[in-house]
Design a protein around this ligand. Structure first.
Ligand code: PHE
Length: 332
């Protein structure tokens, strides 16, 4: 019986040794502990057999089993410490972050050149004391034409051929209707600009596009003359384009201004380029909005934003603004 126990003990020890070598994680170690030392473990099961041995053999076998149990327990402790440390190191390595790596690159968007130019124009006029107003892009015939002194059969309508939504409702052909809306809603003095989108039935080419942008300006007050208009435009050109530009007024016609002018600018010695239509507000328009033309005078102009951007950046085709080609847009 003693030999039997000693044999089993040696077998268990061998088995423990080969199993312990294979252990690679804490979970496996715990399984092994249960297998050898658990309540029904291989070694645990030998202890009850001691009772059946005579006393002197019992002492020998008892020492043998106890020392084997201590050995296994000791090795479990050691393995446990080792594996815990190894798992901690692995986790740290997996979580490690190299702070010397270059930062992450994100492409930054930017404003469309037309938006940049519009904001710049707004800034210049706001600093001169103008307020930014707006009006609808879908307009009525009344605001777009009638109230601006352009009756139904007026030949000037040909110049502003529009897209009609229904009878009497159209996409505005210029920002001038905002003049009417603003004047009808308040008393003079009025000092506003209105940037916005406009539509005309133009066939696209290098200088025309059915959608484009204008900035309208309107200043109404006692005692304003063409000289004030000229100063405002000159000051704007100086700020927007910088020094070295010349400006020229020439006679033109608009039903809502009298006199009317076309404004051209050029870099000294270069070709003249038209940048806006302008003029003194026609008395008929003042009467329409309920202002007294004997009491106040005023002036207005309409400036093409695309035109401004093309002149400033040397762009020779208006269609480039609307094609969303990044090679073009990234340059601004
Ligand atoms: N509305 C005119 C156009 O689009 C421009 C303009 C505005 C002319 C204001 C005079 C005064 O052509």
């Amino acid at each position: 019986m003693l030999q039997e126990i000693e044999k089993r003990a040696r077998e268990i020890e061998k088995e423990w040794e080969s199993n312990a070598k294979e252990i690679s994680d804490l979970k496996g170690l715990e399984e092994l502990r249960v297998r050898f030392l658990g309540r029904k473990g291989l070694l645990t099961q030998l202890f009850p057999l001691l009772k059946e041995l005579p006393p002197e053999e019992k002492a020998t076998a008892g020492r043998l089993l106890n020392s084997l149990r201590e050995k296994i327990q000791g090795e479990i402790e050691r393995l446990k410490a080792e594996l815990t440390e190894r798992e901690r190191e692995e986790r740290l390595r997996a979580e490690a972050y190299d702070f010397t790596l270059p930062g992450m690159w994100r492409p930054l968007g930017k404003l469309h050149p037309l938006t940049q130019v519009r904001l710049e124009i707004e800034r210049i006029f706001m600093e001169m004391g103008f307020e930014v107003a707006s009006g609808p892009e879908v307009e009525t015939d009344y605001y777009n034409f009638e109230a601006l002194n352009i009756p139904e059969d007026h030949p000037a309508r040909d110049e502003w051929d529009s897209f009609y939504i229904s009878d009497g409702v159209l996409l505005r052909t210029h920002t001038s209707p905002v003049q009417i809306r603003v004047m009808k809603s308040r008393k003079p003095p009025v000092r506003i600009i209105c940037p916005g989108r406009c539509y005309r039935r133009d066939t696209p080419d290098a200088t025309h596009f059915p959608v484009f942008h204008q900035v309208e300006l309107l200043w109404v007050e006692k005692g304003l003359t063409m000289a004030h208009l000229k100063w405002v435009i000159e000051e704007f050109v100086r700020q927007f384009f910088g020094p070295g530009y010349e400006m020229r007024f020439s006679a033109d016609f608009f039903p809502f201004t009298e006199p009317s002018a076309q404004v051209h600018i050029r870099r000294k010695g270069g070709p003249w380029l038209e940048i806006m239509g302008a003029g003194m507000v026609d008395p008929a328009v003042f009467e329409e909005v309920g202002y007294d033309p004997e009491e106040v005078t005023g002036f207005a102009f309409g400036l093409g934003i695309e035109r401004m951007a093309m002149l400033k950046y040397g762009i020779d085709d208006i269609r480039l603004f609307f094609q969303n080609d990044l090679r073009f847009l990234k340059q601004f």
